[in-house]
Design a protein around this ligand. Structure first.
Ligand SMILES: Cc1ncc(COP(=O)(O)O)c(C=O)c1O
Length: 356
């Protein structure tokens, strides 16, 4: 089976992890600091703050912007649950806005209608490695005095008119094992704002600046140096990884003819965390997945149920009708695009997809 994801671990990651083990400094030491520096450089921001996961990065970013009880945060339902559950952790309420059919991302044209006096933030998600229409989103945020927290968990290194994901508002990233660069588990917050960076640093470690003196309510959301060592090795290969994904995606797009393939608009640099095809409503997606898997092509469904239709979310936020998200959730199939997909694999994937 050609897997839908495969962590790409080289000698360098092993060497860096051994460094940490030999150093005896396992938590939040020099490797975390070096990873933060590398991330800030890639995003072109002043600060990067490492956390234990993308979810905890989102939680801290929201808290640092003072989002909590009584506030509303506008986001997309076509995402991983953490984009919305992190909002719920703070006591605030996620408000869902439908997506664009051609990009899978939040539709900026629908955002303003969802703004109420309680709206505090917009939380766009750069799904599959494709940045949202950030000019439109930043313009709305500015006019309505809203904070922007980017869920860039799938989009490290992706750009929009030359500007890197995670540098528009406060950025959040995941370094989970299957991401474009990973640390096993891990997360990152990116910002140019001194206060936000400071708050995030404090909250990730028990609200503590001086050992055992606690300035505020905090958490243990630290990243270990062992995880950071893996991430650091990966960051050295970010460009190589993203270039391989792009080249694989190009091959797939040039040769797949049987289904709808993802589009990249001018001015966008996609980093292809996922390559997602669509089987239209007249075809049976389950059957297509079965056929691909039986032929040895791994698949992923990201995501089968939009967040607003998850049972527990429905109980909290009530009933929504978001037709584009609901339709695409039934049509999407992600196929392997990661750097370890070989030319022979690509040819096999194309052949099997075109057989659908
Ligand atoms: C869009 C999105 N948001 C948030 C997360 C949460 O990241 P993590 O799994 O590192 O907590 C993920 C990762 O799966 C994600 O894909």
């Amino acid at each position: 089976m050609i897997p839908i994801a495969r962590p790409n671990i080289g000698e360098r990651e092993i060497e860096l992890v051994l460094d940490v083990l030999n150093s005896g400094m396992l938590v939040q030491g020099p490797k975390v600091a070096a990873l933060e520096k590398a991330f800030a450089a890639v995003c072109g921001v002043k600060y990067a703050v490492a956390t234990s996961s993308g979810t905890t990065a989102l939680h801290l970013a929201l808290l640092a912007h003072d989002i909590g009880e009584g506030d509303e945060v506008i986001t997309t339902p076509f995402t991983f649950i953490a984009s919305a559950s992190s909002v719920l952790f703070t006591g605030a309420k996620p408000v869902f806005v439908d997506i664009e059919e051609d990009t899978f991302n939040i539709d900026p044209n629908l955002i303003e209608a969802a703004i109420t006096p309680r709206t505090k933030a917009i939380l766009p998600v750069h799904l599959y490695g494709y940045v949202c229409d950030m000019d439109a989103i930043m313009d709305i945020a500015e006019r309505h005095n809203l904070v922007v927290i980017e869920d860039a968990c799938q989009a490290v290194g992706a750009t929009y008119h030359g500007k890197v994901s995670g540098s528009f508002g406060t950025g959040t990233f995941s370094l989970y094992a299957t991401k474009n660069v990973m640390s096993g588990e891990g997360g990152m917050i990116t910002t140019n704002n001194d206060d936000i960076a400071e708050q995030c640093k404090l909250m990730r470690s028990h609200g503590m600046k001086v050992r055992y003196y606690h300035d505020m309510l905090g958490y243990n959301y630290r990243m270990s140096d062992l995880h950071a060592a893996i991430g650091l090795g990966q960051m050295e290969r970010l460009e190589e990884f993203n270039a391989a994904r792009k080249s694989n995606a190009q091959f797939l797009s040039e040769h797949i003819t049987s289904v709808i393939t993802p589009q990249v608009k001018p001015g966008y640099e996609h980093v292809w965390h996922q390559y997602t095809i669509r089987v239209d409503g007249n075809r049976d997606r389950d059957q297509a997945v079965k056929q691909l898997n039986q032929a040895g092509v791994g698949t992923g469904i990201f995501y089968p149920v939009p967040v607003h239709q998850q049972d527990y979310i429905r109980e909290i936020v009530g009933e929504y009708r978001l037709p584009v998200s609901e339709k695409l959730a039934k049509e999407v199939i992600s196929i392997p695009v990661h750097p370890q997909v070989s030319q022979a694999d690509l040819e096999k994937i194309v052949e099997e997809v075109n057989r659908l």
